[in-house]
Design a protein around this ligand. Structure first.
Ligand code: 9MR
Length: 360
């Protein structure tokens, strides 16, 4: 059992209303145990409507990423109709709670609204101008308020080492990536600018293609300053492989963000509804195994990534009620730190122990 004695004492202490109980590390938020930001993706409306969720968000995390509200399809759903309300609210929430705000995502095939995709396909000159204008508009508006951006999200194909075939790539060629970074850097020279993708920890060919791209960008003086590993990873992905992948990425010398962490049990083929339901129930043994793997994630991050390059660990939601995994893959699963009732799972205590043991 991870730290069970301490927890029982804490619960007893609180239950008896003892005011002189010494606070243990168990009562501290994750963020207090870490010297880099610990973040969560946030759906602000849902957070504000549930006081338990709100309290946990503020207590545990020092960084937030809007799960959807800063995507292009939300900010610019129709031509010339910038919609800032939801984004402004997230910016205000981060400031009020002294949290870092991470921007996600400026250019993403799946975040591009249909009207933009249609125009890009019809007119590459328009695509070029729009790319610069959109990035400039959004990044300048939040200059100094958004600490870093996923400038290009998921530039690689789902599997293997090729660039993803998107409307952007088709219209502008591979240079759309460099252009996006230049536009973001011009709009906010102090923002940390990331290239972000999934399965980098588990697909060596994809990682190689991705890191070749990073290398080319660096050689061409493109202002990229970070690499994002989404880390929607799985219990069956060996930690030795994750370590090696992180080490290869860290060797580029850029910041490394574990940007969308969750840890799932069932397999899937990366497509919508593509889940395979092998685990029907969440057993105590599974809870312990997940705790151990979450604990080791901190150790891997510290081993592979030098201190100055640790941009932080961000969870893609922190509870099994709200996780995107279940509706997206159409499976039951238990990928996060808190259960559906928003109570901490063994995973939470495991991750916390990882922070306690590795921070120095
Ligand atoms: O969790 C997000 C979900 O609510 C949205 O419906 C979906 C489409 O916009 O995006 C999910 O977040 C994705 C993130 O933006 C990029 N990496 C993969 C995430 C999970 O699909």
């Amino acid at each position: 059992m991870v730290k069970s004695t301490n927890r029982i004492l804490l619960v007893l202490c609180l239950g008896l209303g003892l005011t002189h109980c010494t606070p243990t590390k168990d009562s501290q938020g994750l963020k207090e145990l870490s010297d880099y930001p610990i973040g969560t993706a946030i759906n602000l409306k849902s957070t504000l409507s549930d006081s338990k969720k709100l309290n946990l968000t503020v207590k545990e995390f020092s960084s937030i990423t809007a799960e959807n509200n800063m995507k292009m399809f939300r900010i610019l759903p129709q031509e010339n109709e910038y919609n800032w309300d939801a984004t402004d609210a997230v910016v205000a929430f981060a400031a009020e709670n002294q949290m870092r705000l991470f921007g996600h995502a400026l250019v993403w095939h799946s975040g591009t609204p249909k009207w933009v995709n249609d125009r890009i396909a019809a007119d590459s000159l328009w695509a070029q101008n729009f790319l610069n204008e959109y990035i400039n508009t959004v990044v300048s508006k939040y200059q100094g308020k958004v600490a870093g951006w996923d400038v290009v999200n998921e530039p690689m194909e789902t599997q293997g080492g090729k660039l993803r075939s998107t409307a952007w790539l088709n219209a502008l060629g591979p240079d759309y990536i460099a252009q996006a970074f230049h536009a973001a850097h011009t709009a906010d020279p102090n923002a940390t600018l990331f290239l972000n993708d999934f399965n980098l920890e588990r697909d060596p060919l994809k990682l190689e293609g991705f890191l070749d791209l990073v290398e080319q960008l660096l050689n061409n003086n493109v202002p990229i300053s970070g690499i994002g590993f989404q880390m929607h990873y799985r219990m069956d992905i060996p930690d030795s492989l994750i370590l090696k992948s992180l080490e290869k990425a860290a060797a580029k010398g850029l910041k490394i963000h574990l940007s969308e962490v969750d840890l799932i049990f069932n397999t899937h083929d990366d497509s919508q509804a593509g889940g395979v339901q092998s685990y029907e129930n969440f057993t105590p043994e599974m809870a312990q195994a997940q705790a151990a793997k979450y604990k080791n994630l901190v150790a891997l991050y510290h081993k592979a990534v030098p201190k100055a390059q640790r941009y932080g660990i961000t969870f893609w939601g922190f509870n099994d009620r709200d996780t995107w995994i279940k509706p997206f893959f159409k499976i039951k699963d238990w990928p996060t730190l808190f259960d559906e009732q928003l109570n901490p799972k063994e995973a939470y205590w495991g991750f916390k122990e990882g922070l306690e043991e590795n921070m120095n």
